[in-house]
Design a protein around this ligand. Sequence first.
Ligand code: FAD
Length: 404
Amino acid sequence: MKTIIWYGNDLRVDDHLPLEEAIRYGDPIEGHYFIRPDELTENRYGVVPLGRRRLRFLNESLSDLAGSLEAFDIPLYVHVGHPLDVLDRDDRLLFQSSIGYDERRLERDVTIGWRGEWRAFDGFTLYRRDEIPFERMPFLFTEFRKKIEHDAVPDRLIERAHADVALPLQFPVAIEPVETDERSAFPFQGGDRAGRERLAHYLNGPVRTYKETRNGFGIDDSSKLSAYLANGSLSPRRVLHELEQHEAKHGANESTYWLYFELLWREFFQWVALEQGKRLFRAQGIRSKQKSWRADIEVITRWQRGETGVDFVDSFMRELNATGWMSNRGRQIVASYFAKELGQDWRFGATYFESMLIDYDVASNYGNWAYQAGVGNDSRDRRFNITRQQETYDPTGAFRNTWL
Ligand code: FAD
């Protein structure tokens, strides 16, 4: 009998419970990763979810994982298709549980059809299910944060070293070349090595002023850890552990706390998504708030291309199109503009982000989009004044001039 590790958004060996459990059994181990066919085909919103930059980043991340797994004598296979069509159902199956609705539905199908033993583990979040001190998730982030800060303690970190070299993989999808734009805020390179290097770099200085710079658009203004957290090359507990080590050595300040604060936003949206399931994707959102959304393809296309005529919005969208990245401030502004000023169905915006963002994460993306559209975890339904935003965050027009 073999032990199969079914990989998803957990592309690492560090702090990885399925790997630890697989080693404990002592049977031969294989790693398998599956791309769902629907991720590669155009959806009802007119986009291919796994866009070409995301695909390239995935390929790099998997090659790094293959390198790290080689040290454990574990081969890694990548497929497009359904696990039950490829794997031997009598083997032992171990995997990290997903958060997203489609991913969980697939896990349910696989475990129902599985004949051998199987086990699922938490690992995408800072806290595990039984460490979250809520019967039901609070609607507002502040309530969640306060209780978590007071009551929750993350499980200990299980440390494993990654390899120094990637292993070229048989990747089942053609990787189209993507150009690196010289204006890119951070040309993301996939893999656990790159994620750990970025974390070390950020904690070695920039984090000390994070609270003041985080709304900026430059390389060290924010951590740029999101893409590594999104596909699990980096464990959130690893980030917290290193942050605490940094604070023990250099002292905590408002900025080091703020990085933790932002990680709690991530955490919040994960648990909301898990609880809400399919409701996260409804036009009326988790608040069941009826709004008359429009779906004007010409308007949507102009927004996507960065051709709305509103400079600040267009600059951010062009940055996204050229690099696969946009700052948090930019995301808030373009999402608010799309839903509140243009009145377009927010899901067209969210799916476009899904296809384009290298750091796409289902819970953070749909949770934040619904929030900006006024149908998510915010009772105020605010709108951004774009002119005022530009005056505050790009007073000299430097960012605008970079992209227009
Ligand atoms: P930092 O500012 O350095 O923050 C550190 C980490 O905290 C981030 O890496 C991220 O994991 C987490 N974080 C910070 N802000 C948020 C937030 N508002 N919500 C959830 N987590 C947060 N983030 C994604 O990871 N994937 C997405 O698909 C995504 N889509 C978004 C869509 C919209 C409309 C908006 C407004 C925000 C979205 N975010 C998403 C959240 C946020 O913009 C990014 O996490 C952040 O910009 C990533 O840059 P960073 O790693 O430098 O963040």
